[in-house]
Design a protein around this ligand. Structure first.
Ligand code: AG3
Length: 281
């Protein structure tokens, strides 16, 4: 019988992969980390039994979590990434020539090291870019204590269990809010809405009173099973979510790089949510 990896995110349903080869498996200081090879998805990384990223479909998630806030902002110079140890978000942020400085705060140095080795195309050299400052620390402590301000903050976390749990608290969101410049945008991974609707509701409540505009946008990521991934959106400028496609198109053309999933039509359309999500808010 072929060896399999079965995700443990949901107790009654889930995905499983045939393991061609286990490339790395260990308990880091913070969590259980496994990297294995699968024929369909290439190298796959899971933390505490939950699939975080695969070589094959990572572009969908990383492009959507990055380029929607970045192009909506239009001239982000300073970006903060919380989590994102595999470097996929960092790689996409750095494609924007407006960016002068990126701070990335990841709690688990082992994730960064192992992903550099087994997912070299995720970071594609991004960690060596002179604009990047990598901080190995707790994301909540960082946003609560630091004095610096950012134009875009992206939280690329695990789910709200284990080390990722604190990145879904009001304390974290408040810290992010305080760390944003005027017209700043916070975008976070907020789970698969069909399976994790409570997470969407909770974040919506926690953003209340914090951001004048709070919403979500969608990205279908095959290996985050159960339907669309809901990415949260918080900003004090409600106009940023309503920028017409033609303006986003201009910004996209000026930026001058190619994407594989993201495009200006999808950018605008991603904010249209299924009715069951709208009704839950
Ligand atoms: N961060 C998001 C993982 C989400 C998994 N959750 C789920 N399937 N509900 C991944 C890190 C990628 N850089």
């Amino acid at each position: 019988m072929a060896k399999r990896f079965t995700e443990t995110l949901y107790s009654t349903y889930g995905q499983s992969y045939i393991i061609e080869e286990v490339l790395f498996e260990n308990r880091t200081e913070h969590q259980h980390l496994i990297i294995f090879k699968n024929k369909e998805f290439g190298n796959v990384m899971a933390l505490d039994g939950i699939v975080q990223t695969t070589e094959r479909d990572e572009f969908i998630y990383h492009e959507m979590l990055t380029h929607v806030p970045m192009f909506a902002h239009g001239h982000a110079k300073r970006v903060l990434i919380i989590g994102g140890g595999d470097g996929g978000i960092l790689r996409e942020v750095l494609r924007h020539k407006t960016v002068e400085h990126v701070t990335m705060v990841e709690i688990d140095a082992a994730v960064v090291e192992m992903c550099k080795e087994y997912f070299p195309e995720h970071s594609a050299g991004a960690f060596d870019d002179p604009r990047v400052e990598l901080v190995i620390a707790d994301g909540v402590d960082f946003v609560v204590n630091n004095q610096a301000k950012f134009d875009v903050i992206i939280s690329d976390s695990t789910d709200p269990e284990g080390p990722g749990e604190v990145l879904f608290t009001s304390r974290f969101y408040q810290g992010c809010k305080n760390s944003l410049n005027e017209n700043g945008i916070l975008a976070t991974q907020n789970g698969v809405s069909f399976m994790q609707l409570d997470e969407v509701k909770t974040t919506y409540k926690r953003f209340d009173g914090l951001f004048k505009d709070r919403w979500f946008y969608a990205a279908p990521v095959p290996t985050y099973v159960g339907g669309i991934m809901t990415l949260s959106w918080g900003t004090d400028n409600p106009e940023l979510r309503k920028i017409p496609e033609s303006v986003i198109q201009q910004r996209y053309e000026t930026a001058g790089f190619k994407t594989r999933y993201y495009n200006p039509a999808l950018h605008v359309g991603a904010f249209a949510l299924p009715q069951y999500v709208v009704d839950a808010l």
